[in-house]
Design a protein around this ligand. Structure first.
Ligand SMILES: Nc1ncnc2c1ncn2[C@@H]1O[C@H](COP(=O)(O)OP(=O)(O)OP(=O)(O)O)[C@@H](O)[C@H]1O
Length: 620
């Protein structure tokens, strides 16, 4: 089980001490449907009993009215056979009706749980797991499990019961021949065991490959514009074809395995039937067996063909479901790493001043050798705006992500008004912190829903204020105003529009802390000036930590901190740093510190960055 870490998608092992262990663990999803399942079995068994009774009636017909030439008796027994046939049909109908509704309900409950669990898992988990793998687990794997728990298990019970009852009846009718039929179960068992082992491995391979193909499709859909722009369509198509071919080959191998086994499973009862017919006819000739008994024996034996034939399908279905359950449990067994500690506090907004303090904060991404942050000491006073600058890859976004605890510090601590962030309840912390990332993500929902994502209770006035603040009033002019659907399946917005909406989302409800990753990066000069002015107003009243890539944004900050080598290398007013810190000056000018050669293409003369308002700062 993957319980110690955030889960390892590369592991791809069949978890659990037994192949069906994880499937067995899903039984609680069947519990609400226990009564339905019981009815299902009753209807199924009654239907089968009606079916089994027919050959016994036929035996009475052949040995009775037919032998005695008695039309009245024939009519009676014929009517009984007809009645049994109708009863069997009605019971099959009832069974199918109940079966479909319970199966879908169970699948929906399991899917909801997996989805909720995925939400609880940290960003570290999602960084490492391919989304296509998760997609295939939450869609196709769950469907496989549903098919097995509803149909597979049911037919396994029904067919085994049918097999047992029929074999007992056969032994009762003619012990020697009956035992011969019972002995045919031995090769069936051996074939099934061998098949189960091989099929389990094949289905795991196939389900993993399905996830890989889903990942490829997802990446293509997301990066289609870039790939087209670079003319890389054919390479992408070739990659996809490769993945699809591998999946196809595995599918064919799996199909052949099933076909071979189905052939063998077919052979055994038919061979037994042949032996029984010859030996039965000889016994009838000797008068040991009546014609009616022989007919009943053969008819009953024919009833075994379907349970045996379907065995291959049921085992295949069961193995696929076991594999799917392994894959689902790999996700469910991954414990969320970032959770509320026992007795975690909820801080009301009014009680928060907003003093954010980083104390020897260290952070290392799982699986990487070097820490990104190593001993960050930083304090942001209530109401202060601090800009964080640093070279590309210096860890600015990482540091920001530690505030809403998207990642957990691996050393030191971060406090808000003296409370370690790990002592706060996650929902409380995330209500206190307004976040806007560099990539402004909008979901396939209305503008209003996108805005109120973190504060579903926000009123119209608050939404209006947030939109005004972020200079995003254009939202009211969309075709359906705030009800307009945006995002992947909705209206396309420009980069600047998306960013302003993301900004409005961050400032909605006046959070105690604002954490903004380059909030002005996708704005045109005119809008940037507007948003900057608006932002200046909002920043006046909140504590804010901004990652700055643009020259103008730095002017919004009270102080600037330079992140270098995993720690804060310098902190102070922009003009002070410009005057006293060569590394800061060099960064703003995109020049290396004095004494080192300039990078090719970098300005070698006096840089426009050397102005006190920071204009001229190039993207770090
Ligand atoms: N999920 C991750 N797993 C492993 N390493 C990561 C992950 N995300 C970022 N890194 C690494 O951490 C370092 C810091 O990345 P980060 O995005 O915080 O830098 P940044 O200063 O914000 O960069 P930029 O200015 O380009 O946005 C980089 O070396 C990056 O490769």
């Amino acid at each position: 089980m993957l319980v110690e870490s955030d889960g390892d998608p590369a592991a791809r092992v069949a978890a659990g001490p037994h192949p069906v262990h994880n499937l067995w663990r899903l039984r609680r999803y069947l519990r609400p449907y226990a009564a339905q399942f019981a009815w299902l079995l009753v209807a199924g068994l009654a239907g089968t009993a009606a079916g089994i009774a027919v050959p016994l009636v036929v035996q009475r017909v052949v040995d009775g009215p037919v032998a005695r030439r008695d039309p009245a008796g024939l009519l009676q027994l014929g009517a009984l056979a007809l009645l049994l046939g109708v009863a069997e049909a009605v019971l099959i109908f009832i069974r199918r009706w109940v079966q479909s509704s319970s199966a879908i309900g169970m699948e929906a409950a399991l899917r909801a749980d997996v989805y909720a669990h995925l939400q609880r898992l940290s960003t570290g988990f999602h960084d490492r797991w391919q989304s296509g793998q998760l997609l295939s687990r939450i869609t196709s794997d769950l469907s496989v499990i549903r098919r097995f728990l509803s149909f597979g298990v049911f037919f396994l019970v029904l067919n085994l019961t049918t097999y047992l009852v029929v074999v007992l009846l056969l032994i009762h009718l003619h012990p020697a021949l009956g035992l011969l039929v019972a002995a045919s179960a031995v090769p069936l068992l051996l074939i099934s065991r061998r098949f189960g082992r091989h099929y389990h491995a094949a289905s795991r391979r196939m389900q993993d490959q399905q996830g890989d193909v889903a990942t490829l499709v997802e990446e293509t859909a997301q990066g289609l514009r870039t790939m087209k722009a670079y003319g890389r369509g054919p390479e992408l198509a070739a990659r996809f074809t490769g993945g699809a071919r591998t999946l196809h080959d595995t599918g064919v191998r799996k199909g052949r395995l099933l076909a071979n086994t189905a052939g063998l499973l077919d052979l055994v009862p038919n061979l037994t039937l042949g032996v029984v017919l010859v030996a039965g006819a000889a016994a009838a000739a000797r008068g040991v067996l009546t014609i009616g008994e022989l007919v009943a024996f053969a008819s009953l034996q024919l009833m075994l063909i379907w349970p045996v034939q379907s065995l291959g399908w049921i085992i295949a279905n069961g193995q696929e479901a076991a594999t799917a359950a392994d894959r689902i449990q790999e996700v469910l067994d991954t414990r969320p790493q970032i959770v509320d500690s026992p007795g975690a506090l909820a801080l009301p907004r009014e009680a928060v001043h907003g003093r954010l303090h980083f104390e020897r904060v260290a952070f290392r991404y799982p699986g990487t050798a070097a820490p990104v942050l190593d001993g960050v000491d930083l304090t942001i006073e209530p109401g202060e705006t601090l800009a964080l600058v640093g070279a590309t890859g210096s860890g600015k976004s990482t540091l920001l992500s530690l505030v809403p605890r998207l990642h957990e510090v691996t050393g030191g601590r971060i406090t808000l008004d003296g409370h370690d962030l790990r002592e706060l309840r996650l929902d409380s912390l995330r209500r206190l912190v307004g976040v806007a990332f560099e990539e402004p993500t909008l979901f396939s929902m209305s503008v209003r829903e996108n805005l109120t994502l973190g504060r579903p209770d926000a009123g119209d006035d608050e939404v209006r204020a947030a939109l005004a603040l972020a200079q995003a009033d254009f939202a009211y002019d969309l075709p359906w105003g705030l009800a307009t659907r945006v995002g992947e399946q909705g209206l396309s917005l420009s980069g600047g529009q998306r960013q302003r909406l993301a900004l409005a989302r961050a400032v909605l409800g006046r959070p105690a802390l604002l954490v903004l990753d380059d909030p002005l990066s996708a704005l045109d000069v005119h809008t940037e000036a507007l948003v900057e002015a608006a932002l200046r107003r909002v920043l006046r009243n909140s504590t804010a930590l901004l990652v700055v890539h643009r020259p103008s944004t730095i002017a919004l900050a009270d102080r600037v901190a330079l992140l270098d080598g995993g720690r804060i290398a310098a902190i102070g007013r922009h003009s002070e740093l410009l005057a006293t810190v060569p590394a800061y000056r060099a960064l703003l000018a995109a020049e290396p510190p004095v004494g080192q050669p300039p990078p090719s293409g970098a300005a070698s003369t006096a840089s426009p960055a050397a102005t006190s308002d920071g204009r001229g700062l190039v993207r770090s």
